[in-house]
Design a protein around this ligand. Structure first.
Ligand code: PLP
Length: 326
C-alpha cells in the first residue's frame, strides 16, 4: 500500500512537508497549487499530487507544478493535455470514480467513455483510478466498495489492454478497512491527511491507539477578564452569525475574552485543555470563556486541544503565529 500524505490541512506547511518527505512515500498530496508551489520553492524534492480537480483556469500551472492530478472532466483533461504538450511533458492523471459519497468522480457506467477519451490524449498518462468517500456524506469505504473498485480496475485493464499503476482507495476514513482486511485486492494506494496529522479515525472521530493525538495545539491570550451577569440585557435580535441566541441565566460569572475568533478557528473543533474552562461563544475575532471555576487574568494563555477541522482554518489564518517545536 503506497501512501500520499496530504498536507492541505496544514495549508501546505513546508516544515511538515519536510518531515513527511523523509518517509518512503508515493508523493505529497495537496488540493491547492499555491501550496504545492511553496513546497517546491522550499526545495521539497518529491512527486506532487493535486487532489482537487484542477480549475480550467489553472490547467497550465497544474502541468508546471503537479506531476499527477485527480480528474473527472473531459474538458479539463483536454486542457491539461494541451499544456502538457506545450511543455513537452507527460502528465499523470487518476480518473476519479463516484462510489456513493456523491462528491467528485464519474459514475461507474460512464467509465468506459472516459477511459477511451483519456487514451486519445497523447500527453496524458492514465496512471490509475481512485475514489473518495466519507467526505460530503460520510459514506464508509466498506470491503464491498473496495472490492467494486478493484473489479473496475481489472475490467479497465482487460478491456483496454493497459496497466493501472495506481488504484487509490481513499483517505483517512479507509483506516478501519485497511486494518481489518487480509487482502486489499487491487487497492494499492491511499491519500492520508487527518490520520497522519492527528492520529484520529474520521469514522469514529476517536484517537487511534499508538498514534500521537496532540501534535498540534492552540494557545490564545486573555485580553479581558471580568465578572459580568451571564444573561444578556436588552431586546434580543440576531447575533453576529445570524442566529438568535438562547442564553441560560447562570447568574454572575467570571468571563474571560481571548483574542481569537471565527476568522481564525472553527470553535467546534477546539476544547480547552483545562477542564475547568468552557467556551461560551465566539464571534469573528473574540472568544468568550466561562472562567468561573478558574480565574484568569489579562495576559494569561489558554491552551486548546484541536480537531482536524479546527486546524484547517488556524493554518490558513495569517493572524495566527505558527511555531514548530521539534
Ligand atoms: C482531503 C482529501 C484527502 C485526504 O483526506 P483525509 O481525510 O485528511 O485523509 C484525500 N483525497 C482527497 C481527494 C481529498 O480531497
Amino acid at each position: 500500500m503506497r501512501v500520499t500524505p496530504v498536507t492541505k490541512g496544514t495549508c501546505g506547511s513546508v516544515e511538515i512537508a519536510r518531515l513527511l518527505a523523509d518517509f518512503d512515500i508515493h508523493s505529497i498530496g495537496d488540493s491547492h497549487l499555491q501550496n504545492i508551489d511553496r513546497m517546491k520553492q522550499a526545495g521539497i524534492d518529491k512527486k506532487f499530487m493535486l487532489l482537487r480537480a484542477p480549475m480550467l483556469s489553472e490547467a497550465e500551472q497544474t502541468i508546471t507544478l503537479a506531476d499527477i492530478s485527480l480528474n473527472s472532466e473531459i474538458s479539463t483533461l483536454k486542457a491539461l493535455n494541451k499544456y502538457s504538450a506545450r511543455y513537452d511533458r507527460i502528465h499523470e492523471v487518476v480518473l476519479m470514480i463516484e462510489m456513493g459519497d456523491r462528491r467528485e468522480g464519474v459514475l461507474q457506467e460512464m467509465v468506459p467513455d472516459y477511459v477511451k477519451e483519456i487514451l486519445k490524449l497523447r500527453h496524458l498518462k492514465l496512471a490509475g483510478i481512485g475514489t473518495n468517500l466519507t467526505c460530503l456524506n460520510g459514506v464508509k469505504p466498506t470491503a464491498e466498495k473496495m472490492a467494486e473498485l478493484s473489479a473496475l480496475a481489472d475490467e479497465i485493464e482487460g478491456t483496454y489492454n493497459l496497466k493501472l499503476d495506481i488504484v487509490s482507495g481513499g483517505n483517512s476514513a479507509n483506516y478501519q478497512w485497511l486494518q481489518a482486511c487480509n487482502d486489499p485486492g487491487r487497492i494499492n494506494h491511499l491519500r492520508i491527511g487527518e490520520t497522519i496529522l492527528f492520529g484520529s479515525d474520521p469514522l469514529t472521530q476517536a484517537g487511534i491507539d499508538g498514534f500521537e493525538h496532540d501534535a498540534f495545539s492552540l494557545q490564545a491570550q486573555v485580553i479581558e477578564s471580568q465578572c459580568k451577569p451571564s444573561k444578556p440585557s436588552g431586546e434580543i435580535a440576531f447575533d453576529a452569525f445570524g442566529e438568535v441566541p438562547q442564553v441560560k441565566d447562570e447568574g454572575l460569572m467570571n468571563r474571560a475574552i481571548l483574542a481569537i475568533g471565527q476568522q481564525d478557528v472553527d470553535p467546534s473543533g477546539c476544547r480547552p485543555l483545562d477542564p475547568d474552562l468552557r467556551i461560551i461563544g465566539t464571534t469573528s475575532d473574540h472568544m468568550v470563556i466561562d472562567s468561573s471555576k478558574k480565574k484568569l487574568k489579562v495576559g494569561d494563555i489558554v491552551e486548546f486541544q484541536l480537531h482536524y477541522r479546527a486546524m484547517l482554518r488556524l493554518m490558513v489564518s495569517d493572524y495566527v503565529t505558527k511555531e514548530y517545536i521539534k
